[in-house]
Design a protein around this ligand. Structure first.
Ligand SMILES: Cc1cc2nc3c(=O)[nH]c(=O)nc-3n(C[C@H](O)[C@H](O)[C@H](O)COP(=O)(O)OP(=O)(O)OC[C@H]3O[C@@H](n4cnc5c(N)ncnc54)[C@H](O)[C@@H]3O)c2cc1C
Length: 267
């Protein structure tokens, strides 16, 4: 048997989903299952009940406001985001989702699942931090908004606590964005990645160099200034079979400068 025995609920409303999570403290939300089912197969997680969010109305909507603000439902898949006419208001979103894994993963994996995994090698945490997105979290105590920068608390840990659900990601207007990475292979996991936004000041969010995205705000978009700011940020990346800490530190400078350069071209 691949999976341990597990209960399954497919609630029709957000309230029902929160009710199941409250009734079963060992329950976990199921989005695309691309991470959760794999960790269950590996016996690294054993939820009592899977709460499938697929049928909850509203979680798959993409709305573009008249000022360019985008509201993305947590259950929007990468493929849906790539295909969305509304999401083209912020082209970097589709561009980065198209770099994630392969078509099967992109058809099932959701933007909410990506950020709720808080995997330091994932593409979307640094992207949403650089864009200054806000995350809407709903729980028994009501609804609250968490800035992306405060959402990621550690490896596999987020501000969406037990019994809570991420429902929506709000991306402010802007177009001058960039993303660069060095992946392990084609469509592979990143060794280091960086997202940049130069809508106003220059903001870079580095991925894979710590437990959560690291924000660097260079004084200008000049490549030397960006690389210097990354050097001065004091990052202490992990070493693993793919790259040493020193190599990751140097790559972080390079991908940050590339991301800012792309953002400059997009303005
Ligand atoms: C072969 C392969 C390659 C991959 N490569 C990459 C890659 O290069 N880059 C990348 O970024 N990702 C990669 N991934 C991960 C993939 O993007 C996953 O889809 C994603 O991390 C999780 O999304 P999901 O919708 O499948 O979430 P699930 O696996 O269903 O859930 C993940 C976690 O988030 C929780 N969760 C999900 N939705 C919510 C919610 N709305 N509120 C609260 N908690 C929630 C779940 O309880 C679970 O703990 C890869 C996956 C695979 C299988």
């Amino acid at each position: 048997m691949l999976l341990s025995e597990v209960g399954y609920a497919r609630p029709a409303t957000l309230e029902q989903a929160l009710g199941v999570l409250a009734d079963y403290p060992g329950a976990r939300a199921l989005a695309g299952g691309q991470t959760l089912v794999n960790v269950m197969k590996a016996r690294a997680a054993a939820p009592d009940v899977l709460v499938d969010l697929a049928r909850i109305p509203g979680l798959k909507e993409i709305e573009l406001g008249s000022d360019g603000t985008l509201e993305l439902g947590a259950m929007v898949t990468y493929s849906e985001l790539i295909a969305s006419a509304e999401a083209r208001a912020r082209p970097i979103l589709g561009e980065v989702c198209a770099q994630i894994a392969d078509v099967q993963v992109r058809n099932r994996g959701t933007i909410g699942g990506n950020v709720c995994s808080s995997d330091p090698t994932n593409h979307l945490p640094p992207l949403f931090v650089a864009l200054g997105a806000d995350f809407t979290v709903v729980g028994p105590g009501g609804e609250r908004t968490v800035p992306a920068h405060d959402f990621f608390l550690g490896v596999y840990m987020t501000a969406a606590g037990p019994g809570e659900l991420l429902t929506k990601i709000t991306v402010p207007p802007g177009r001058s964005d960039g993303f660069a990475s060095v992946p392990i292979g084609v469509d592979g996991t990143c060794i280091v990645n960086a997202a940049a936004s130069v809508n106003g000041g220059v903001r870079v969010a580095l991925g894979c160099v710590g437990a959560t995205p690291v924000v660097v705000e260079p004084a200008s978009a000049d490549a030397e200034a960006v690389q210097g700011a990354v050097r001065d940020s004091g990052i202490d990346p992990p070493s693993d079979v793919h790259a040493s800490s020193d190599y990751r530190r140097r790559l972080a400078e390079v991908v940050a400068a590339r991301a800012v350069e792309q953002a400059g071209r997009a303005s």
